[in-house]
Design a protein around this ligand. Structure first.
Ligand code: NAP
Ligand code: G4F
Length: 393
C-alpha cells in the first residue's frame, strides 16, 4: 500500500491567521521525485467545479492523483449533475474529492476555504459565464468575475504561501480586435462579461509582476462538449437536433447566425489548464483550434448529420441578439504550440457529431454513432467517464 506524504501540513492556524509553512508549490526536485513515486499527493482547489470545465478538470486532476477540493454554491435544486459520477462519500477511505460551500461574492467564506484546504494550486473557473446574460446582469457579472478574482488573489498574497493560480481568461476579451488573435492582440471587450474578464486578466498580470504570485491566464477560445450548458449556442443546437429527431421539438429559435467562433472540445482544454500551471514560469497562453465557423455553419453541420435540412426548422428570435456581439474570433496559439505542445485533436465538424450523439443518447434514442467512433479513435486512453451529464446552465 502506498504511503502519502503531505509536505504542506503545518498545524492549522486559527481562522484568519496566516499559514506559515513550507510550500511545495513550485516543486523543488525532492518533491518532484516524491510525486513520481506516488508518495506525494498534490492538493488542488477548483472554483466553478460544477460547471462544464470544472467537472472535466476535477476528473482529470483525480486521474493525475491529486486531492481535489471544489467550491460549490448552495442551490435549492441540485447543481452537482456534472460531478455526481466522480463523487464518493468523503468518509470513504479512498475519498479524494471534497466539496465546500462558498460563493465568489463572499471573500470571508472563500478565504476560510483556502486557509483550511491549503491548496498547492487554485484553478479559478467560477464565473457568471453567459455573455448574453451579462447584459441583463452587468453589476452581478462584474462582482463575480472581476471582484471574485481579486478576492482570491488577495487571499493568496496575504497568505504568503506560494500557491499557483490559474485564471480562466476568455477570447471574448479581444472583442472586435482583428483575428487571428494572440497574446499580444489588443483587448477590445464588447460586453459586461468581457470587460469583467479583462479587469480580472490584468489584475492577474499585476499580481504576477507586483507580488511575484505564480499566476497564469489561459485565454481560451470557445470550447464545447455534451456537458456544455444548454443555453450556449452549440448545445442548444445539438440538443434541438436530438429532440427534433425524437419528435419532441418542432422549431429551434436562434439569434445572430452570422457570428463566427473558434470551437474546440472541452476535455482537451482542461488538460492544457493543468499544463499551464506545470510550467516553470507563469504567463498567458492563447488556446484555440485556429479555425472558425459561423453559427449557421454549426447549425447546418448538426442538422445534416441527422439527415435534416436546417432551414426547415430554424427561426430567428431577435431576443437572442446582443446589444454588441463579437463578429469573428479565431486563435493564433503559436506560443502554446511551441511551449506547451498544444495540438488540438478534435475539429469542429467532429465536435458536432460527438455532441449530437451524446444528446441523442441522453434522450433515449439511438445515436448515429460517428461521434462515438471519433472519441474512440482520438482518445484511446480517455480519462473522463461520463460523456453526458444532467448539468444545466
Ligand atoms: P460554466 O459551465 O458556466 O460554469 C461556471 C461555474 O461557475 C459553475 O460551477 C457555477 O456554479 C460557478 N459559479 C457561478 N457563479 C458563481 C458564484 N457566484 N460563486 C461561486 N461559483 C459560481 O462555465 P464553463 O464553460 O465551465 O467555463 C469555466 C470558466 O472558463 C468560466 O470562468 C468561463 O467564463 C471561462 N471560459 C469559458 C470558455 C468556454 O468556451 N467554455 C471560454 C473561455 C473562458 P453553478 O453550477 O452553481 O452555477
Ligand atoms: O454560445 P455563446 O453564448 O458563446 P459566447 O458568447 O461566444 O461565449 C462563450 O465563449 C466565450 C469564449 O470566447 C466564453 F468566455 C464565455 O464564457 C462563453 O462560454 O454564443 C456564441 C455566438 C454568439 O455570437 C451569439 O450571438 O452564438 C450567437 N448566438 C446565436 N443564437 C446565440 C444564439 N448564442 C446563444 N447563447 N443562444 C442563441 O440562441
Amino acid at each position: 500500500m502506498s504511503r502519502v506524504i503531505r509536505l504542506n501540513s503545518p498545524p492549522l492556524l486559527a481562522y484568519g491567521g496566516v499559514p506559515q509553512h513550507i510550500s511545495t508549490a513550485g516543486y523543488p526536485e525532492a518533491s518532484k521525485e516524491l510525486i513520481k513515486k506516488g508518495l506525494f499527493m498534490k492538493k488542488v482547489l477548483i472554483t466553478g467545479i460544477t460547471g462544464q470545465d470544472g467537472s472535466y478538470l476535477a476528473e482529470f486532476l483525480l486521474h493525475k492523483g491529486c486531492e481535489v477540493h471544489g467550491i460549490i454554491r448552495r442551490a435549492s435544486t441540485f447543481n452537482t449533475g456534472r460531478i455526481d459520477h466522480i463523487y464518493v462519500d468523503p468518509h470513504a477511505p479512498k475519498a479524494k474529492l471534497f466539496l465546500h460551500y462558498g460563493d465568489l461574492s463572499n471573500a470571508e467564506q472563500v478565504s476560510d476555504i483556502i486557509y483550511n484546504v491549503r491548496p498547492d494550486e487554485i484553478y479559478h473557473l467560477g464565473a457568471q459565464s453567459h455573455v448574453r446574460v451579462s447584459f441583463d446582469m452587468p453589476e452581478y457579472t462584474g462582482n463575480i468575475i472581476a471582484l471574485g478574482t481579486i478576492r482570491i488573489l488577495e487571499i493568496i498574497r496575504r497568505s504568503k504561501k506560494s500557491i499557483k493560480f490559474y485564471q480562466a481568461s476568455s477570447s471574448e476579451m479581444f472583442g472586435r480586435s482583428p483575428s487571428p488573435q494572440d497574446e499580444n492582440t489588443a483587448f477590445r471587450p464588447s460586453s459586461p462579461y468581457a470587460s469583467a474578464k479583462t479587469y480580472a486578466h490584468w489584475m492577474v498580470a499585476n499580481y504576477r509582476e507586483g507580488y511575484n504570485t505564480f499566476a497564469s491566464s489561459g485565454i481560451l477560445f470557445n470550447h464545447e462538449s455534451p456537458r456544455r450548458g444548454e443555453t450556449f449556442v452549440t448545445r442548444k443546437i445539438t440538443k434541438a437536433v436530438a429532440n427534433i429527431v425524437a419528435g419532441k421539438q418542432k422549431k429551434l429559435y436562434l439569434g445572430n447566425l452570422k457570428a463566427k467562433r473558434d470551437w474546440g472540445y472541452a476535455p482537451e482544454y482542461v488538460e492544457i489548464m493543468w499544463k499551464i500551471l506545470q510550467q516553470n514560469k507563469p504567463g498567458d497562453y492563447v488556446i484555440g483550434t485556429g479555425k472558425e465557423h459561423s453559427v449557421e455553419e454549426f447549425v447546418a453541420l448538426a442538422f445534416n448529420y441527422a439527415g435534416l435540412k436546417h432551414k426547415k426548422y430554424v427561426k430567428i428570435d431577435k431576443n437572442y441578439y446582443r446589444p454588441t456581439d463579437v463578429h469573428d474570433s479565431v486563435a493564433d496559439s503559436s506560443k502554446a504550440r511551441e511551449e506547451l505542445g498544444w495540438q488540438p485533436r478534435v475539429k469542429c465538424e467532429e465536435l458536432v457529431k460527438i455532441m449530437v450523439d451524446a444528446d441523442m443518447r441522453a434522450i433515449g434514442i439511438k445515436p448515429i454513432g460517428e461521434g462515438d467512433k471519433i472519441l474512440k479513435k482520438r482518445f484511446p486512453k480517455k480519462w473522463w467517464k461520463a460523456e453526458h451529464t444532467t448539468g444545466k446552465n
